[in-house]
Design a protein around this ligand. Structure first.
Ligand SMILES: Cc1ncc(COP(=O)(O)O)c(C=O)c1O
Length: 393
């Protein structure tokens, strides 16, 4: 059966993103038992393919019903015992949320906060690690509120140099599937994400991958894990069972979403993952060039080297605000996101370019549509790009 999703506005917020017809069709798979042979095979393959996306051989995936937020709960409830010290590298809104979650489970959190548009430097991190011993360091790979891209490879290098026992946790909710991540090579202890961004699946799945070191730490902790649903000890037999072809029950998996993820991961892993990263990078370079050179607008990240490849955060030109742009784009069938970071909330907007919007450039022309619409909307609002001295059209 050939399935085509219905006509709808183009969703280019930084997640959830557009999903392919095949993925959406799999999300409407007929009912099947979560203990059946066919589903067991599907789930087992999903677990293995998720490892491929993170370029890890040894990481232990946990794929459960939930969203990215559940990944924070998993990290905090499993790795933190009351009173443990945690260092949060803060490059936007989501650093604060991770902090709140860690504190919920009794962590003593220090935040290394960068000004809006920046991320903490290597030197600041080294200094913080020398000043206090931390059990974990967390980093938001792409802070979706600012579009700032951190460098987990360098961060992990510094942590391993200065404080080798400290675990490195990567919030990859807005980066897995769109940014380069090499979990084993970079010695990351946890990478967590969700289904609705770079993985190109509807919302509803929390995906976490833990290193052998992180699993050992959970298995030898002194206090009881302060969560039931998020406990890795409850999920470990399930994940290992499905991977070995033997279904194990703890809580019912979201069967259809796992089927959808299976289709998406098959698409993703059918080519070298480096190609996917490169396509996101090229699309991002093109789009950002359009924003800065043709439109003359300013990005939120203060330097191109720390701008995400899966999204762009852009300041409104002087005199314009969300009400001049966002509803007018919507009238043209394009859904973008307004601001989120509270210090600059009304001053900028965000556009996502992840998944099929950048991978499928033969049948879709998503970013071209976005560019045309932005040009027209800015024109209609009376904006003139003074840097080139004429109207944007
Ligand atoms: C970087 C980052 N971390 C965590 C989250 C929370 O994920 P969710 O909304 O799926 O719970 C988000 C959501 O957009 C995010 O962008």
């Amino acid at each position: 059966m050939t399935f085509h999703q219905s006509e709808h506005s183009l969703l280019v917020i930084p997640g959830p993103i557009e999903v392919s017809d095949d993925v959406l069709f799999a999300n409407a798979s007929p009912s099947q038992s979560h203990m059946s042979k066919s589903f067991t095979q599907t789930f087992g393959e999903v677990i293995k393919m998720f490892r491929q996306v993170l370029v890890t051989e040894h990481g232990q995936p946990f794929i459960v019903a939930g969203s990215g937020t559940l990944g924070w709960d998993m990290v905090a409830s499993n790795l933190i015992e009351p009173g443990d010290e945690a260092l949060v590298l803060h490059s936007g809104y989501f650093g604060q949320s991770f902090t709140d979650c860690l504190e919920t489970y009794g962590a003593k959190v220090t935040q290394l906060k960068a000004p809006v548009g920046h991320c903490p430097s290597r030197e600041e991190l080294a200094q913080a690690l020398k000043a206090k011993k931390y059990k974990i360091v967390t980093v938001t790979h792409v802070d979706t509120s600012t579009g700032v891209l951190s460098n987990p490879r360098v961060i992990s290098e510094v942590v391993h140099e200065v404080s080798p026992d400290t675990l490195v946790v990567l919030d990859g909710v807005c980066s897995v599937g769109s940014e380069e991540i090499r979990m084993d090579e970079w010695s990351l202890d946890v990478v967590m994400c969700a289904s609705q961004k770079g993985l190109g699946v509807p919302p509803g799945l929390s995906l976490v991958c833990a290193s052998e070191r992180a699993i050992r730490l959970v298995e030898t902790r002194k206090t009881k894990i302060n969560s039931y649903f998020a406990s890795w000890l409850n999920w470990l037999p399930v994940m290992r069972g499905y991977e070995q072809g033997k279904p194990v029950y703890f809580a019912t998996p979201p069967v259809q979403l796992i089927c959808a993820l299976h289709v998406s991961l098959k698409e993703i892993t059918s080519k070298p993952i480096q190609e996917r990263w490169a396509k996101h990078q090229q699309a991002s370079i093109d789009f950002k060039q359009f924003v800065t050179d043709e439109l003359g607008l300013k990005q939120v990240p203060n330097d191109p080297s720390i701008a995400a490849n899966g999204m762009t955060a852009i300041y409104f030109p002087d005199g314009l605000s969300a009400s001049d742009i966002v509803p007018r784009l919507l009238e043209r069938g394009i859904v973008i996101a307004g601001g989120l970071h509270k210090e600059i909330k009304d001053k900028y907007f965000r556009i996502g370019h992840m998944g099929i919007s950048v991978i499928d450039t033969t049948t879709r022309h998503d970013l071209e549509k976005v560019k045309d619409a932005l040009r027209n909307v800015l024109n209609a609002a009376g904006y003139v790009n003074k840097t080139v001295g004429n109207n944007t059209k």
